[in-house]
Design a protein around this ligand. Structure first.
Ligand SMILES: *[C@@H]1O[C@H](CO)[C@@H](O)[C@H](O)[C@H]1NC(C)=O
Ligand SMILES: *[C@@H]1O[C@H](CO)[C@@H](O)[C@H](O)[C@H]1NC(C)=O
Ligand SMILES: *[C@@H]1O[C@H](CO)[C@@H](O)[C@H](O)[C@H]1NC(C)=O
Ligand SMILES: *[C@@H]1O[C@H](CO)[C@@H](O)[C@H](O)[C@H]1NC(C)=O
Ligand SMILES: *[C@@H]1O[C@H](CO)[C@@H](O)[C@H](O)[C@H]1NC(C)=O
Ligand SMILES: *[C@@H]1O[C@H](CO)[C@@H](O)[C@H](O)[C@H]1NC(C)=O
Ligand SMILES: *[C@@H]1O[C@H](CO)[C@@H](O)[C@H](O)[C@H]1NC(C)=O
Ligand SMILES: *[C@@H]1O[C@H](CO)[C@@H](O)[C@H](O)[C@H]1NC(C)=O
Ligand SMILES: *[C@@H]1O[C@H](CO)[C@@H](O)[C@H](O)[C@H]1NC(C)=O
Length: 520
């Protein structure tokens, strides 16, 4: 936990390289977990107690998925000895825009029995190809990516699924063989099952597996493991960057998921998003018995920022607003709906009631205050049971959020539901004690604004923190949060130990302001 404060700042600034398990800690600390089968939160928030070095999960660990957060602290640069991650990459320029590769047609899905293909026979004419060989770019601080055109073949593997690339004939004679091991997600300091990308040359051409399935559409290979048991991470680390990477293909793309061993539910839970991105059923690459051959493969996801997109770097200048509208469409929500309150109805506010940390210890008072301020309050209960909305699936969550003008909740993964709000809706984020405002802004505030949703932050007073009750007004946890960031114990106190006793008198003016915003 030592480095956590610094790590947290580093992540926030998106500049510094960070250590592997410190990254796991931070990411885990900030958000709480999701009950996979229900699409809603687990009541616990104990992720930071990551078992390491073979240790077992803490007794309170909410789900067994967390056990795979227990990698040895590996070096990002220590791959298997044969692998040189930097080979061939320095000279390469990243291509964000993919060339148009789609010519939809009936012959797009062709299944062949093993054939007499060789690389040279398969490779399209060099004239069709971009100039360079397989492109592996490990330079971004957030993601690694390889992109190849021509003849790329996938195959499952015991420990890593593989992608083989056969350079076009014009380059084959002079090509150097190279191998990369890629974390095909967009949080590269978090371990996921890696994908082995091999660029072949004349010496090892025979290693290329023979195609059993040939496609004329591109493929995107991505890992669904990592921190995706957490709702926010599922969007931030996979769904948003998957959108950025594959939306421009207009559905004419195959999605190949790796690393689903404990996340088999991922492809089901987020199936609507995946089906909206691709006309073809997503493939579990690790379990695939085919050798799939493509004219264009991207391994990895280009994620620009936490739960956010940098339009300047995205194909078609996609932004988070486009992402939100896309998600709404995927969940069959109305495309251009006015806010519910514009129909003359009382504005409706969904109150997210966390069950673990950073929960409201006076939830009924909070809900009553929301009602008193003139809203219809809808409670979003934690866990899979107990509330009106508890235990509901993603479709129901999407519809329930869509029917609201406002999302109210403490800093935490539930605010990810912003993706289902209508344009102009308001997210009212309650920011816990402990200088958490920059995180509140980075993880939810800025993304909400980029989505076309308004964001209001309410920072609690010290007296509203249960840390105040527990440690007293003179304890450094109240008087000197900086000290906790300095020694890395900030997350332990402010993210994990803290709950909130909202002072509804103090909160009321903020609620009233939000109500006025909706009337504008
Ligand atoms: C990780 O990389 C650093 C810097 O390259 C090196 O000094 C260190 O020995 C490596 N650690 C391991 C476990 O390989
Ligand atoms: C890895 O690639 C770099 C840059 O091309 C090269 O200097 C280095 O010798 C390579 N290392 C190995 C083990 O091949
Ligand atoms: C990369 O892009 C820059 C700017 O567009 C260009 O000057 C440079 O030649 C490119 N390098 C390669 C290897 O294509
Ligand atoms: C296999 O090779 C034969 C002879 O070169 C050729 O006629 C045939 O089309 C090839 N099969 C495929 C599927 O390319
Ligand atoms: C797969 O991983 C296991 C354990 O990590 C290792 O013993 C085995 O040699 C690996 N197999 C291959 C084919 O790399
Ligand atoms: C293939 O690549 C390897 C590794 O870069 C190299 O040692 C070998 O000479 C190459 N083979 C040919 C035929 O160029
Ligand atoms: C691919 O098929 C050819 C012709 O049947 C065969 O000679 C070759 O060994 C096969 N390659 C692999 C990797 O199975
Ligand atoms: C960090 O500093 C605070 C304030 O001095 C102290 O209360 C806390 O115990 C320290 N934690 C660690 C892990 O050193
Ligand atoms: C709640 O907030 C009001 C208005 O800021 C303040 O007057 C009151 O003392 C607060 N109550 C508590 C218990 O802190």
């Amino acid at each position: 936990m030592k480095a956590l404060g610094n790590i947290s700042r580093a992540l926030l600034e998106s500049k510094l390289a960070i250590g592997l398990f410190a990254g796991v800690f931070l990411a885990s600390v900030i958000f709480f977990s999701v009950s996979p089968q229900f699409g809603w939160h687990s009541p616990n928030d104990l992720l930071p107690e990551v078992p390491r070095n073979g240790g077992s999960a803490p007794s309170g660990s909410p789900t067994k998925e967390h056990n795979d957060l227990a990698p040895p602290p590996v070096n990002c640069t220590t791959e298997s000895p044969a692998v040189n991650r930097t080979t061939e990459s320095p000279a390469v320029n990243r291509t964000t825009e993919s060339p148009s590769v789609t010519k939809p047609g009936k012959d797009k899905v062709t299944t062949n029995s093993p054939t007499n293909f060789t690389g040279e026979e398969i490779a399209p004419s060099p004239a069709l190809l971009p100039p360079l060989k397989p492109i592996c770019d490990f330079s971004d601080h957030r993601y690694d990516v390889c992109e190849m055109w021509g003849d790329a073949r996938t195959a499952s593997g015991a420990n890593r699924s593989r992608v083989f690339f056969i350079p076009p004939p014009s380059q084959l004679a002079t090509a150097n063989a190279a191998t990369w091991s890629v974390r095909s997600q967009s949080r590269k300091y978090i371990p996921v099952r890696e994908v082995l990308v091999r660029s072949l040359n004349l010496s090892d051409l025979h290693d290329a597996p023979n195609c059993t399935v040939r496609r004329s559409v591109p493929a995107v290979v991505f890992a669904v493991g990592g921190l995706t048991f957490n709702y926010w991470h599922a969007f931030s680390d996979v769904l948003v960057p998957l959108f950025t990477t594959s939306r421009a293909f207009g559905g004419e793309v195959e999605l190949l998921a790796t690393d689903p061993k404990d996340r088999k539910w991922f492809l089901g839970k987020y199936g609507r998003v995946l089906r909206a991105l691709s006309r073809y059923e997503a493939v579990d690459l690790d379990a695939d018995t085919e050798v799939r051959c493509y004219p264009h493969v991207v391994v990895g996801l280009r994620g620009h920022r936490d739960f956010d997109i940098d339009p300047a770097r995205a194909p078609n200048h996609y932004d988070m607003r486009a992402f939100r509208l896309f998600v709404r469409e995927a969940y069959a929500l109305p495309p251009t709906a006015a806010l519910p309150c514009k129909s003359g109805a009382r504005p409706r506010a969904m109150v997210i009631l966390r069950g673990g940390t950073r929960r409201f210890v006076n939830p009924d008072a909070v809900v009553a205050a929301v009602e008193r301020a003139g809203f219809d309050a809808v409670r979003m209960e934690p866990g899979g049971s107990g509330g009106r909305l508890g235990g509901m699936g993603m479709d129901a969550v999407a519809r329930a959020v869509d029917a609201c003008d406002v999302l109210v909740g403490a800093h935490g993964a539930g605010l990810t539901n912003t993706v289902f709000l209508r344009t102009g809706a308001v997210v009212l984020q309650v920011v816990p004690w402990g200088k958490m405002e920059p995180h509140a802004e980075a993880f939810f505030g800025a993304p909400a604004k980029h989505m076309g949703v308004r964001h209001v932050a309410y920072s609690i007073a010290a007296e509203e923190s249960t840390l105040y009750e527990k440690y007293g007004k003179d304890h450094p946890v109240i008087t000197d949060p900086d000290a906790f960031y300095r020694n890395g114990s900030n997350a332990r106190y402010y993210w994990r130990e803290q709950n909130i006793r909202l002072n509804t008198t103090r909160f009321m003016p903020t609620l009233e302001m939000v109500k006025r915003m909706l009337q504008e």
